[in-house]
Structure formats: structure tokens, C-alpha cells
Design a protein around this ligand. Structure first.
Ligand SMILES: NC(=O)c1ccc[n+]([C@@H]2O[C@H](COP(=O)([O-])OP(=O)(O)OC[C@H]3O[C@@H](n4cnc5c(N)ncnc54)[C@H](OP(=O)(O)O)[C@@H]3O)[C@@H](O)[C@H]2O)c1
Length: 263
């Protein structure tokens, strides 16, 4: 197997799984673009990885801002940057459940990933890899038949987007449970992300882009909390694996511990 070379961009790289993915990719000899929305935190994380001898550059990126995404794409385009892989890691899990929480969660975990991926596509090498950092919460198992049949198989992208927007409206009107939605914005965001992964994998197959969703397991990060059974190093492993797949590697799959799991 040829060794992967080149540049990889990781969103939400300043802490948690994102930072560890940057570290592990750097140790494999890849040049890493550590993207983060908080300038100070991003610069500090980059300095830590520099002190470990790794080739890492900080790129400011708020995945919920189209302006921020476009600025990144322009900067990288001007530098002639080509990406061997994109790791869509940035994510949030907010307390509580109402329309505002639903909207904010989807803005990062679904629409943020969609916009970053679509706009960075021209900079991805062929073959290239796109990693969607998902979660076991995104599994279809246990979902109401009404919502499951609208997500599996995934509808065309415009319909998927409209469906997720309708979730926010249904939460706002108090109608979400009657319509079959689960009472978790995080779960819906990752269900949407998994559906998007399946759509993009098909769409980009001929362009030799491998698009996979990965679940890190329950990991001791700020999001996962201190009671989680997995270390950050363990959680990052499958993300790094998916970002460094060989050209003949899988696409359109959902993986945990480097093994396929059901959608
Ligand atoms: N930990 C787990 O048990 C677990 C389980 C399953 C899936 N995951 C997934 O793994 C990924 C990483 O989670 P983690 O556990 O490492 O969580 P974390 O420690 O809370 O880190 C989340 C990262 O996302 C960034 N982020 C949030 N909103 C952003 C935005 N608008 N633009 C750019 N970056 C943004 C955060 O930046 P700031 O520092 O600026 O907030 C931070 O770098 C997430 O997608 C999560 O859903 C985690």
C-alpha cells in the first residue's frame, strides 16, 4: 500500500478528538491544517503540535459562517493547496431541547459539514477522502418508521435539507413527537449527517473521493465527559484510519473501530 502524502484539513482541531486527529495525522508525516473558530485556542493548539515537531498550520474556520468558509477556500486556493483528506470533526451537543437548540445544533453538525464539504470539494485531490465524524446516535435503529422511511434510503439532497428544516419547525410548534422525530437535536443532526454521507459517497464515487461516516465511540472529551470509557487516542483512531484510506478503500460506509456498522 502506497503511503499517503499531502495535506489534510481537520475542523474543530483546537481540542478534543480534532486536536488528537491532527496529532496522529502529523505523526504519520502528513501536513495538517488545523482549523478552529477560536483564534487564540487554534493558535495555541497549533503551537503545542509544533513543539512536538509536527507540520501543522492554523486556519481560522467557523463552520456555521459561509463568509468564514469562503475566506478559507480563497486563502487555500490562492496558495494552490490540494487536500488529500478533509475531516469534518467540529460538532456540538447542547443542553436542553427547544427550537433554538435544534437550529444551532443542525447549523454546526449538519449544515456546517455540508457547506464546508461542498465548498472545499474543488481543492480535494483525486483520490481523496472525506471523513464525517458522526455518532452512534445517528444510527437508524430505534427510529420511528415515519422518519426512518424518509431517511433510509436517503432522499435527494434538497429533500433532506427540507426534512431537517421541518424538524426545527416541528420542535417549535411542539409537533415533533407526533411526527415521529426523536427528542434529541443531536441525534437528528447525526441522522442527517449519515444520510448526507451516503448521498455524497454516491455522487463523488466517479471522482475517486471516498466519503465515510465514523463513530469514535464514547470518548473522554469536553463533549463526552469524564465518565466516558474511551481515551481520546482510542477515539481518534478510526477517524485517522478513514482519513488515510488507500484509493481502493471503502466509500459510503459507517465505521466504528475500523469495522463497518449498520446505518
Ligand atoms: N466525545 C464523544 O464521546 C463523541 C461521541 C460520538 C461522536 N462525537 C463527535 O466527535 C466530534 C468531536 O467531538 P469532541 O468529543 O472532540 O467534542 P469537543 O471536545 O466538544 O470539541 C468540539 C470541537 O468542535 C468545535 N466547534 C464547535 N462549533 C464549531 C463551529 N461553529 N466552527 C468550528 N468549530 C466548532 C469546538 O470548537 P470550540 O473550542 O471553539 O468550541 C471544538 O474544537 C463531534 O462531531 C462529536 O459529535 C464525540
Amino acid at each position: 500500500m502506497a503511503k499517503l502524502t499531502g495535506m489534510v484539513l481537520v475542523t474543530g482541531g483546537n481540542r478534543g478528538l480534532g486536536l488528537e486527529v491532527c496529532r496522529q495525522l502529523g505523526r504519520l508525516g502528513l501536513k495538517v491544517l488545523l482549523a478552529a473558530r477560536d483564534i487564540a485556542a487554534g493558535a495555541e493548539a497549533t503551537a503545542v503540535l509544533h513543539s512536538e515537531g509536527l507540520d501543522v498550520t492554523f486556519e481560522p474556520l467557523d463552520v456555521t459562517s459561509l463568509e468564514s468558509i469562503d475566506n478559507l477556500v480563497d486563502r487555500l486556493g490562492r496558495q494552490g493547496t490540494r487536500l488529500a483528506a478533509l475531516v469534518n470533526n467540529a460538532g456540538i451537543a447542547l443542553e436542553g431541547f427547544d427550537a433554538t437548540v435544534a437550529e444551532r445544533t443542525l447549523a454546526v453538525n449538519f449544515f456546517g459539514v455540508m457547506n464546508v464539504t461542498e465548498r472545499l470539494l474543488p481543492l480535494l485531490e483525486r483520490p481523496g477522502r472525506i471523513v464525517m465524524v458522526s455518532s452512534g446516535s445517528g444510527e437508524l435503529e430505534g427510529l420511528s418508521p415515519a422518519i426512518r422511511q424518509r431517511l433510509d434510503p436517503p432522499p435527494p439532497k434538497e429533500e433532506l435539507v427540507a426534512l431537517l428544516r421541518s424538524f426545527v419547525d416541528d420542535v417549535r410548534s411542539g409537533d415533533y413527537a407526533r411526527k415521529g422525530w426523536p427528542g434529541s437535536a443531536y441525534r437528528v443532526s447525526k441522522l442527517g449527517l449519515n444520510a448526507l454521507t451516503r448521498l455524497l459517497a454516491e455522487e463523488l464515487r466517479e471522482r475517486h473521493l471516498l466519503v465515510n461516516a465514523v463513530c469514535p465511540g464514547w470518548v473522554r472529551t469536553r463533549m463526552g465527559g469524564s465518565r466516558a470509557p474511551r481515551s481520546i487516542e482510542e477515539g481518534a483512531d478510526t477517524l485517522v484510519w478513514a482519513a488515510t484510506l488507500p484509493p481502493e478503500g471503502p466509500t459510503g460506509g459507517f465505521f466504528r473501530d475500523r469495522r463497518a456498522i449498520p446505518w
